[in-house]
Design a protein around this ligand. Structure first.
Ligand SMILES: [Ca+2]
Ligand SMILES: [Ca+2]
Length: 276
């Protein structure tokens, strides 16, 4: 350390130290809200079905551009949806989703969700790029029943400015789908005690609404141990998905801001030192 620097810093200690402390305090007290492309979306799922009624496999979901079409009513379920509807395996569905929309935010929530249970998970979402929400989960016990949206643009969570405009999605029993891929048969249904749910008698039919068939499983014991009873009417609430948005803290940007201000302070200190 040279004498001149040492001398000048000794000459200017109070004003410069006060200025530096003031700037640092000002920066640290600034709200950590840096304009970001992504927001954090907390998704909460709740099984609203009556006691002993349907459970659900993990929810497969995607925030997307509105181009991935999971299935169509009146048409056969594709090979990506079939394993999700028959055994709750969403891996092919996730792959097909990613292939159709490379920038989508995809994920799952859960475990098996029994009546009365809820779960939540967080996802980083670009609300401008991916304003739409698509979901699918198997309803169990069943052979090939599921919940999900037919239209890829059915649920636009974010408006054109990126603000959350849809805070929840409700599903009633009348919205349960039959994938049309496996014949109804308690001997091959998933999520029944002592039954191999991977067995399959091909139905060779199309996707249609169907919840009434579930009542034919009444009295059978589920894999979770509870005695199944559908207890469903068309208007029965069965499932709720809700959304909350919070900003994504960006520590890197804040650190860069502080570093930039400290450099400015240093430059000004040198100028003051040179001026004196
Ligand atoms: Ca469709
Ligand atoms: Ca079926």
């Amino acid at each position: 350390m040279s004498n001149s620097v040492y001398d000048s810093s000794a000459f200017l200690p109070r004003t410069m130290r006060s200025l530096l402390i003031a700037v640092v305090l000002m920066v640290l007290s600034m709200p950590v809200v840096v304009q970001a492309a992504a927001v954090q979306v907390t998704v909460n799922v709740q099984n609203l079905a009556p006691t002993n009624s349907v459970s659900f496999t993990p929810l497969n979901l995607g925030f997307h551009q509105g181009i991935f079409d999971s299935f169509n009513i009146g048409q056969p379920a594709n090979s990506a949806l079939t394993p999700l509807a028959e055994v709750g395996d969403g891996s092919a569905w996730q792959s097909a989703f990613a292939a159709a929309d490379a920038t989508a935010t995809l994920g799952t929530i859960g475990g098996v969700l029994q009546p009365g249970e809820s779960l939540s998970a967080n996802f980083l979402v670009d609300p401008i790029l991916n304003p739409y929400f698509t979901f699918a989960a198997m309803a169990i016990p069943s052979n090939d029943f599921f919940i999900g949206n037919d239209s890829p643009t059915a649920f636009q969570l974010f408006d054109n400015a990126g603000n959350l405009q849809l805070t929840q999605i409700n599903q009633t029993a009348r919205q349960i789908w039959d994938a049309g891929s496996e014949v109804f048969d308690p001997a091959t249904a998933a999520f029944l005690s002592g039954v191999d749910g991977s067995l399959n008698n091909p139905q060779n039919s199309v996707v249609s609404f169907n919840f009434a068939e579930l009542a034919a499983l009444n009295g059978l014991t589920t894999a979770a141990g509870y005695p199944f009873h559908s207890n469903l009417t068309a208007d029965s609430q069965i499932y709720n998905i809700s959304f909350e948005v919070s900003p994504v803290p960006e520590p890197q940007n804040v650190a860069m801001l502080i570093a930039g201000l400290l450099i400015l302070v240093g430059v000004n200190m040198r100028r003051l030192q040179q001026a004196t």
